[in-house]
Design a protein around this ligand. Sequence first.
Ligand SMILES: Nc1ncnc2c1ncn2[C@@H]1O[C@H](COP(=O)(O)OP(=O)(O)O)[C@@H](O)[C@H]1O
Ligand SMILES: [Mg+2]
Length: 248
Amino acid sequence: MSDARSASSLFSLGDPPILLEARNINKYYTNGKQGLHVLKDVSLKIDIGEIISVLGPSGAGKSTLLHILGGLDTPTSGEVLFEGKAFKNLSESELSSVRNEAVGFVFQFYHLMPEFTILENVMMPALIGLRPPASGLRPEEKALELLKEVGLSHRTRHFPGQLSGGEQQRVAIARALMNMPKLLLCDEPTGNLDSENGKQICQLLKKLNQERKMTIVLVTHNLEVAGFGFKVYNMADGSIRPERGGAD
Ligand SMILES: Nc1ncnc2c1ncn2[C@@H]1O[C@H](COP(=O)(O)OP(=O)(O)O)[C@@H](O)[C@H]1O
Ligand SMILES: [Mg+2]
């Protein structure tokens, strides 16, 4: 077979490449004698450059799913493939480079370090020895650039406690971008914010998607926030089904 034909069979024209795929994920917890089936045969494909949202009530299994998608937790059965490679076939060092460099996490409660400045918080992934950003910029220059991008150039020397919740979440997003991840996983990123600040965070995520082609998975219990996804999935009691656009 010619090279051209083998290449075209790998990348069929018109289909956007898949960044992350979850295949038949199940997750069980056992608490004493009681078993808990938290994820039930969850399958999901995430194309490069799209925003996917997963809408579901508290306890539905959203955080568990997000942790498994980012390689922070392992499924009981099923598999996750990142750029076509199954996490379970990666060595510990390959998996940790996916977790630390290819994926950025944003959480409901920001998880900033209160004793460090905003600039230091954003630089933290580089300061703790993770791979420096691939941009060629020094970590401080990169962090300043990211803080500008999230609209916080004027707060770099402040501490997290001096910022509003919405501002702190913007810092957390800048920090998540420090290693130039391919995928941003956001767990209730607006869950601690009022609706106006929540909307600003969603607009920032949308801007990152449009300007950087950032691929984003957003889990939330908020219908309006979920609406920012190109595709919306509904999650209830560990099962997922397409709500809008996610029929593939
Ligand atoms: N480490 C754990 N051990 C036992 N049960 C857990 C654990 N983590 C989560 N759960 C349970 O799994 C279910 C789903 O939790 P979670 O993924 O946090 O849901 P969500 O993020 O949608 O609120 C809940 O019933 C929760 O109590
Ligand atoms: Mg949760």
